[in-house]
Structure formats: structure tokens, C-alpha cells
Ligand binder design. Structure first.
Ligand code: ZN
Length: 133
């Protein structure tokens, strides 16, 4: 894994969270993107080499809505930048990690993504992401 690519934060309302994170980080978000398959609206902020991804659910039964219901707003996942997502998935499977998807999915921000089950990572949902070239 190359570096932390972004940290995903679950929020109830993207519009007000955008304003707050703009004040916090001193710079507005650079893109908003809906990922229909994940029932989520996302917003991205640059923080030097890394990014912050805010996630608002578009569906009361979507994964972000369920997360907020259980745990409240806050850090939802940590995403690592990988060179070859297929190779990393194979490596992690061989190490005994449980992957939440068998093949990479198209995520936000022009990425192929795969999630690692938080039960095997001390409670942290880990996302692998590879830039689509
Ligand atoms: Zn993410």
C-alpha cells in the first residue's frame, strides 16, 4: 500500500458539512459526486497529499445511513492508495482478511475500490483504491 489516500467521514447533511469542513480546512471542496450503486453523495477536500471524503446517504437503508444510525456521524473508513488492486486483494485474502467484495467496484473520484471487513482490522473499515487510468 502506497499511502493513505483519503479518510471517509459519514455525515447527515452534506451541505452543512461542506461549509464546516471549508472553515476547518481553509479551502472549499473540489468535487461532489454521487455514487448511485452505494447510495451515497460524496464531497472531496484536498489536505496536502491526502483527501477527506464526506459521505451522505441518499437512501435511509444505505450503508452510510445504517452506520450513522448505529454509531453516529464520524470516521467511516480509511482508504489506502494501491498500485494494483487485484494483487493487493489476493495478498490480503492470503493473509486471512475478509474482503467485502470479490471484485473491485467503481467508486467515487475515478477509483476502483474494495473494502476489507472491519471485524478483521480492529474495527476499522479499510478501503483499497486504485486510480483508473
Ligand atoms: Zn472512500
Amino acid at each position: 500500500m502506497k499511502k493513505i489516500e483519503h479518510i471517509g467521514i459519514a455525515v447527515k447533511n452534506l451541505e452543512s458539512a461542506n461549509l464546516l469542513y471549508k472553515s476547518l480546512l481553509g479551502e472549499a471542496h473540489y468535487k461532489e459526486e454521487e455514487v448511485v450503486s452505494e447510495h451515497v453523495k460524496t464531497s472531496f477536500f484536498k489536505t496536502g497529499e491526502n483527501k477527506i471524503e464526506l459521505l451522505e446517504s441518499t437512501d435511509p437503508n444505505g450503508p452510510i445511513a445504517r452506520f450513522i444510525e448505529k454509531k453516529g456521524e464520524g470516521i467511516h473508513h480509511i482508504a489506502f492508495d494501491v498500485e494494483d488492486i487485484f494483487a493487493e486483494m489476493e495478498r490480503l485474502k492470503a493473509e486471512g482478511f475478509v474482503l467485502l467484495n470479490e471484485t473491485p467496484k467503481k467508486g467515487a473520484d475515478n477509483k476502483l475500490v474494495c473494502f476489507v471487513h472491519p471485524k478483521g482490522t480492529h474495527g476499522v473499515l479499510v478501503e483499497l483504491c486504485q486510480e483508473i487510468k
